[in-house]
Design a protein around this ligand. Structure first.
Ligand SMILES: [Mg+2]
Length: 228
């Protein structure tokens, strides 16, 4: 049986965090650097944590150094669990059913391809009990640019499973044009879901293989990845 690899985005695709990431960054910036500043003028969707933090340093007039990145990252990770306790945090429709169905199919491997650093990804998914579906992935720890993360995810899959996944058996699932672009870089099949900040029309314009309004039609989603 040919194996299939699914590479999942997190924010806007699996879960919504109700602005928890931004609020944790804001609290971390205040605590670690004494800068009290709203951070709603930053383009978060589809970006990596490293890229986002560099934008914050630019806007806050702080030196963009590795040491400062590490300080802000640590403060962010400390604040994130509390920030996730807000009424808007949730798992998106159909996600539980899709993950469960795929986990029951031994020839499907699920992993992460996300702009979160791994620790942040684990905190966000762990909040909803979803972390164990994803034994590995590619994260912002691996690079500042999302387009660099696809090859890392493929390499990890190869190392862990000893399987070379052909591009037609690799699916990148995400909610932004950045996800579609990074999937195309590795020749993967791209599936967009309009549960983040982009509409179905906006996502269609970037020509993914398939666009879903959300993942509530489990059978249709499973068909789109060859699992039904
Ligand atoms: Mg996203």
């Amino acid at each position: 049986m040919m194996k299939t690899l699914l590479l999942w985005d997190i924010d806007g695709t699996l879960t919504l965090s109700g602005g928890a990431g931004m609020h944790a960054l804001q609290a971390g910036l205040r605590r670690e650097f004494g800068v009290a500043r709203p951070l709603n003028d930053i383009d978060y969707a589809g970006r990596t944590d490293r890229w986002i933090m560099r934008q914050i340093f630019g806007k806050a007039g702080l030196p963009d150094t590795e040491a400062n990145l590490a300080r802000l990252l640590n403060a962010y990770l400390t604040e994130l669990p509390a920030a996730l306790h807000n009424p808007s945090t949730r798992v998106l429709p159909g996600v539980h059913a899709a993950l469960t169905a795929l986990a029951a199919r031994p020839h499907f491997t699920q992993a992460l391809l996300t702009g979160n650093v791994e620790q942040g990804a684990r905190i966000k998914l762990g909040h909803h009990g979803l972390s164990d579906y994803f034994p590995f992935g590619a994260f912002a720890d691996d690079g500042e640019w999302r387009n660099d993360l696809g090859p890392v995810a493929l390499r990890r899959a190869r190392e862990r499973l000893g399987v070379e996944f052909p591009p037609e058996r690799v699916f990148v699932i995400g909610d932004t044009p950045h996800d579609i672009a990074c999937g195309k870089v590795i020749g993967a099949q791209t599936i967009a879901v309009a549960t983040g900040q982009y509409s179905m029309d906006e996502l269609h314009a970037h020509r993914p293989v398939k666009v879903f309004p959300d993942l509530s039609d489990t059978a249709a989603f499973l068909r789109s990845v060859g699992a039904a």
